[in-house]
Ligand binder design. Structure first.
Ligand code: HEC
Ligand code: HEC
Length: 199
């Protein structure tokens, strides 16, 4: 009895499989890739051309922030401004607060004039001290942020975080940022909210 059941089951499965097979559509290999050209040759597979803005600083249009407190993309030409070296950082020349306003450039924000790394030392008793306070565990340290007179060393290399935006035709980014307030797509607020979520 059992055996007949199994045999019947197998027969039905085979029948369904065969019907399924006969209905299968063929897919051409050319249509398999994301690109719409042949997968067998590279001749037509040209990447999108990178086209950074050629507009000089002062003539470009700001690019909306990708999400709240995202590092803004550089909207202007940066030809001749890189690499940033210890003696030559042209970015600060225009973006440092005090100068930036008169140039219509966004001033470097307060977060970039803040050292978020507490002075840390290992005391002779094996304890760690941060800002002169003994702590058992680095994650116990509650104070973050100490004002710096100059742009904090951690922010000196602007192009580590801010990049120019290529304006070529690329796939559309469908990510929709949720800004918590109007204007956050144009202005950062990190320094006011840096302790958010820190107990
Ligand atoms: C000659 C002055 C000048 C120099 C040098 C300069 N910038 Fe700018 N920057 C501007 C101005 C002015 C704007 C505003 C847009 C415009 O008018 O082109 C701007 C806009 C920006 C923005 C967008 C800010 C926002 O609110 O969206 C970023 C980011 C930026 N610059 C980064 C840099 C970096 C990084 C460097 C160095 C590689 C640099 N800039 C060098 C003048 C300058
Ligand atoms: C470690 C990454 C990092 C470095 C290095 C860095 N930035 Fe930023 N920058 C950010 C982020 C993240 C934000 C947005 C949040 C904030 O304000 O800190 C930002 C914001 C900005 C803004 C927008 C300020 C506003 O009020 O909306 C300007 C202008 C800017 N940076 C310029 C610079 C310049 C010029 C340098 C180099 C001297 C630099 N940044 C170095 C990450 C960086």
């Amino acid at each position: 009895m059992k055996l007949t059941n199994i045999a019947l089951g197998l027969f039905t499965a085979a029948a369904i499989f065969m019907v399924g097979c006969s209905a299968t559509q063929t897919v051409s290999e050319e249509s398999l890739g994301l690109r719409k050209t042949s997968l067998y040759t590279e001749s037509d597979a040209m990447p999108v051309k990178t086209e950074y803005s050629k507009k000089a600083a002062g003539e470009s249009k700001l690019i909306a922030r990708a999400f709240e407190n995202a590092p803004p993309m550089i909207p202007h030409d940066i030809e001749g401004m890189l690499p940033i070296t210890i003696n030559n950082n042209s970015c600060t020349g225009c973006h440092v607060p005090g100068v930036a306003e008169s140039m219509n450039a966004t001033p470097i924000p307060q977060s970039h004039f803040t050292n978020f790394r507490p002075d840390t030392a290992l005391a002779s008793n094996g304890m760690i001290t941060k800002e002169g306070q003994e702590v058992e565990n680095t994650s116990d340290f509650k104070t973050v942020g100490k004002k710096t007179a100059m742009v904090s060393g951690t922010r000196f290399n602007c192009s580590q975080c801010h990049a120019p935006q290529s304006m070529s035709k690329t796939p559309v980014n469908e990510f929709q940022a949720d800004f918590r307030a109007d204007g956050h797509s144009k202005k950062s607020n990190l320094i006011d909210n840096i302790n958010e979520g820190v107990k």
